[in-house]
Design a protein around this ligand. Sequence first.
Ligand SMILES: [Zn+2]
Length: 246
Amino acid sequence: MYFSEKVLVIRTGRFKEYDLWVRFLSPSRGILTGFAFGGCRSRKRFSGCLDALNLVLFKVSSGKGNRYLVLEEGSLIHGYPELKKDSSRLGMAINSLRFVQQICPEGDDSSGIYSLLLDYLETMETNSGIPSFFPLLFRARAAFSHGYQPSLDACCRCRAPLHGIAQPGFLFTEGKIICGECRQNNDRVIKTYPESLIFLKTLNTSSPGQWARWTPDSTVLQDCFQIVESFVQFHLESNPPGEKYQ
Ligand SMILES: [Zn+2]
């Protein structure tokens, strides 16, 4: 196997004296790990590109018996220098990379999450005043676009539309909304404000560049946090990555 792709470096670590392992997000193959033999001292083949949060064009081949990937050479496309200088933005970016690793295993179609992540990092690179709710919106949007898509249009039982629904709740085991009248005692529901569900629906078709101008209410953000965390955790536990919720 041989391929050349622009990938985002997620983590690196040293093994042996001059060699590195590099975990990266590929636009088409999910998260992969490759080995950069001599990576610690080869300026010619890997000039300044073997660090987390670098967008790098890698040439990748298979090692002996196709058992591992070898990074032949890399060139730095973007290093997000402004983001890295600011500990607050850097912390948000690292938090979001961890989440991507949780939900996007090797071999997954990662084109959606890859372009969202690059857009998110570019927005953080070019805006100094990134609000603290940014990682939450990223988690929601990334989960939704990566196989954990909830159904937010109407009550899943009586079909009452989201706009005007009475006492809505979110059934996090099913990823559906339900109105107060249809709710049963054994339903695993997070009660929410209608505005919070409308916000999540808007979020689902938005881009990080737009989020920088949003000023959501704190109760809406609290609802969103509960919904997204319960929904994603439940499905990650019951359907490990690779057997995603449909
Ligand atoms: Zn209903």
